[in-house]
Design a protein around this ligand. Structure first.
Ligand code: GPU
Length: 830
């Protein structure tokens, strides 16, 4: 490569070797150098964690060179930068991603092997950076990788949680939450920037300053102040061509200790301030698609929004005379409403601190921000009680009132909207104990608002933002989600990547849509066999993991039927479990039939306060225990719940699935992204017409995906007619018997009433359409059983899935955002 060609000759000690040479000798030397001089160990004395750290540091050095080059290039070109504000970045491990993107995997493997160290073992030691809950946080991580890979100058801004997403254990079938401690061994990827810190205020009051000859100026005098300190992590793109920055904020007290208090003997009180400050970034809220509603959460949101905006402004003013051209130089994307207070905060900074007129400031603000909505679920839409907001952020509250007055004036005077519509649009919800609606704030403060799949975007226009859409009809647009093919295909599934490379050459590595070239090979029996052999090896790898972690064996020749994602009623893991019970019953009553052997695999975490979701986990485990210990279905049906689902486990699971369960109640899953990872790796999907499943159907074709159930429209219609599930249950013996079994304690003999209310709820209120969709789901599963008996056909469909999923790359999503919303990059039309 370029680095090698430019390298100075080596050997006589006269010329220094190019430190960026990618050969195993150079890398081995550099790793041992780190081991010696940064860690203080001889190779003979080094433990496995020392090798991880030394390898990481050696790789990091190379990234830093690319990082500086990227920063210099972007600075010199004056290009527009994209700031992605997100409360969550669910990154997972970083070492494998980095060395793979830098093309260093094989030479490092060889370098380590010289010391008897296995790269795979070293990679597994790295803790997951789990600074997110699920899809929303993982999307942010895919987007960071794709911005670097497509040449968008991107800056991620978020929170450096000390404790990421909790670790899940299953005890007696139930979820137990344990703290996650990713930072205990230090984090070699991050750089603390003490020089990059900002004061963040809370509380206090607003004073009106009248200076002679000037209009009155509002000045916020916070009662409390904390420091936000930046920690930077480089984000390496494909082939290392661009390295962007993820800047995470950590909270610290301005005074680390109150010495007066300490000296007068109050040793605990002396630390109260610093504890309170540090609490802001101590732990990630584990609520997914659910508003947490606690003061600390609002503090987190404001803390990272204000720090990020102050940083954006400071960096802008280093290169520009004023902020009036801010929107030409920066685009700020709000990842859901978690950073929506940024709209008010930027107005405050522009008007109060930088002296802009209100209307000029508003123009800059709107041109700078754009907002992505990730859910329509009412319980997930953020709204803060006015009294809390006012107490914590008094000036921002005033600004929100002023913005609201402008919006309402426009709606009533210019557009003639009636009172009911205006009440729906208002940033203040008057009917609900007076609350600030963060979705409305984000919407009016942005020039573009997007949903994350075509269906979701249409539903946004019809539901949550119906009247705002009427007022600003050009603002909502769609940007269907995507996933990075580097992590989710090339790294997670190296065997499939090698097979595809053999078949069509390496072009798809740089342009994933070229993977379509394998489509024709679905008819090639030799290719199908090799494709199936890769799947088989990936299933064996997952079976090993299940064996190690759970002391259960699963047979890789059975259908691996997998549902992994957060546990949520709308995602309907319950429907899947009911189907498992009905199947169990049918296999036992008709053992003579030709059942396709199945392993139903579940994994996922429930929010600690979400009782229903925790019950579902408990039920899955109870059902697994009973079915797996029944010899009459041995070899035909197994159920496993793998604990502690996270990014690293997903990397093993996605390539090992035959069947991907994407069965949310239609209209509820904004997009889904696991659906894309599974299909890209050759799983068939059984799913509803929900989220991005709809577009997957368009891309893979109706013969290659298994769609069932009510449409979003039919769900809405049925909800208008009835909420009861009773008549459906009574008309379907399979469903009724499965529910009876659950309800009567067959699966929970230690506590027979455990699931009583879970089941009786379905009779009264089938809100999630579990009963309504059961039959269609069951029938579709049986079609899949039959297909399993025709392996050539199944494999051909699997190949079509992989071949036709290229469009669901986050590179495509990012290029669309860049072109339509940010008007920024990518360079060279990449
Ligand atoms: N999503 Br809101 C989350 O993961 N967490 C949230 O708090 C909210 C949404 C998910 C959606 O449920 C999922 O459908 C989507 O694919 C993902 O965001 C990324 O857009």
């Amino acid at each position: 490569t370029r680095k090698t060609a430019e390298a100075a000759p080596n050997g006589n000690g006269a010329a220094k070797p190019d430190p960026r040479l990618n050969d195993p000798d150079t890398l081995a030397r550099q790793i041992v150098e780190k081991l010696t001089y940064s860690i203080g160990k001889h190779p003979e004395a080094a433990r496995k964690y020392d090798w991880l750290r030394a390898t990481t540091l050696a790789v990091r050095d190379r990234i830093i060179d690319h990082w500086f080059e990227s920063a210099d290039r972007i600075a010199a070109s004056g290009e527009k930068q994209v700031c992605y504000l997100s409360m969550e970045f669910l990154i997972g491990r970083m070492l494998r991603d980095a060395i793979s993107n830098l093309g260093l995997t094989e030479p490092i493997r060889e370098a380590l092997a010289r010391y008897g160290v296995e790269l795979d073992m070293v990679e597994l030691l790295e803790p997951d950076a789990a600074l997110g809950n699920g899809g929303l946080g993982r999307l942010a991580a895919c987007f960071m990788e794709s911005m670097a890979s497509t040449g968008v100058p991107g800056f991620g801004y978020g929170i450096r949680y000390v404790h990421g997403f909790f670790r899940q254990e299953i005890a007696d079938g139930a979820q137990v939450e344990l703290p996650e401690t990713w930072l205990v061994h230090g984090n070699p990827w991050e750089f603390e920037r003490r020089d990059c810190s900002y004061e963040i205020g809370f509380g206090g009051k607003v004073v009106s300053l009248q200076e002679q000859g000037h209009p009155a100026r509002q000045v916020w005098r916070p009662a409390e102040r904390v420091l936000a300190v930046a920690f930077d992590t480089p984000m390496v793109g494909w082939r290392g061509e661009q390295v962007n920055t993820l800047r995470l904020w950590s909270a610290q007290a301005l005074d680390p200790i109150l010495l007066d208090a300490f000296n007068s003997g109050d040793h605990i009180g002396a630390l109260v301030e610093s504890n309170k400050a540090e609490a802001i970034t101590r732990v990630l809220y584990p609520a997914d698609s659910h508003q947490a509603g606690q003061e600390l959460r609002l503090r987190q949101e404001y803390f990272f929004s204000s720090a990020s905006l102050q940083d954006v402004i400071k960096r802008h003013l280093e290169k520009n005379e004023s902020l009036s051209n801010l929107a030409d130089k920066v685009a700020i994307q709000l990842n859901d409403t978690h950073p929506a207070v940024s709209v008010a905060e930027l107005m405050r900074l522009l008007v109060d601190v930088h002296g802009f007129e209100w209307s000029a400031a508003w123009e800059i603000t709107r041109a700078t921000f754009s907002y992505t909505n990730h859910t329509l679920l009412p319980e997930a839409l953020e709204h803060w009680p006015i009294h809390l907001f006012e107490r914590l952020l008094p000036r921002q509250m005033q600004i929100i009132y002023a913005i609201n007055a402008d919006v309402i004036r426009e709606a009533s005077q210019d557009k003639g909207l009636d009172d009911a519509k205006i009440a729906a649009i208002s940033l203040v919800d008057e009917g609900n104990g007076r609350r600030v609606r963060m979705g409305q704030l984000a919407f009016v403060g942005s020039h573009a608002v997007n949903g994350v799949s075509a269906l979701h975007t249409e539903l946004m226009k019809e539901t949550v933002f119906h009247h705002l859409h009427e007022l600003y009809p050009d603002r909502i647009e769609n940007k269907t989600n995507g996933v990075t093919p580097r992590r989710w295909l090339m790294q997670a599934n190296p065997d499939l990547t090698a097979l595809i490379t053999d078949a069509i050459g390496p072009g798809f590595l740089d342009n994933i849509e070229k993977i379509r070239d394998i489509d024709a090979l679905a008819d090639d029996s030799g290719f199908r066999e090799r494709f199936a052999a890769v799947k088989r090896r990936n299933k064996e790898r997952l079976a090993d993991v299940v064996g190690e972690r759970m002391a259960t064996s699963v047979d890789p020749s059975a259908i691996f039927d997998i549902q992994v994602k957060r546990i949520h009623e709308y995602k309907r893991q319950f429907l899947n479990i009911i189907e498992a019970i009905a199947l169990y019953d049918q296999i036992r009553t008709h053992p003579e039939q030709n059942w396709a052997p199945r392993v139903k695999i579940f994994a996922g975490k429930a929010a600690p306060s979400y009782a229903q979701a925790k019950q579902i986990i408990h039920l899955a485990n109870d059902v697994a225990r009973m079915i797996n210990s029944d010899p009459s279905v041995r070899g035909l049906l197994k159920v496993v719940f793998i604990p502690n689902y996270n990014v690293s486990l997903a990397e093993i699971i996605m390539p090992a699935a035959d069947l991907s369960e994407q069965i949310s109640t239609a209209g509820l899953e904004a997009s889904g992204t696991g659906n894309m990872k599974f299909a890209l790796n050759g799983a068939l999907t059984i799913g509803t017409l929900d989220g991005a499943n709809v577009e997957m159907l368009e891309h893979v074709g109706e013969d290659n995906i298994f769609i069932f159930g009510l449409t979003a429209e039919q769900v809405a219609e049925r909800r208008r007619e009835t909420h009861s599930g009773r008549s459906i249950i009574e008309g379907q013996p399979l469903l009724r018997e499965a529910l009876d079994a659950i309800s009567s304690g067959v699966f929970s003999p230690d506590e027979p009433s455990r699931y009583h209310s879970l089941v009786s709820n379905l009779y009264n209120n089938d809100w999630w359409m579990i009963c309504a969709d059961f039959k269609a789901y069951w029938d579709t599963q049986r079609r899949l059983d039959a297909l399993w008996d025709r392996p050539d056909e199944w494999q051909a469909k699997a190949v079509h899935n992989t071949a036709r999923m290229g469009w669901f790359s986050s590179d495509r999503s990012i290029r669309e955002y860049a072109r339509d919303i940010w008007k920024a990059g990518p360079r060279n039309g990449r």
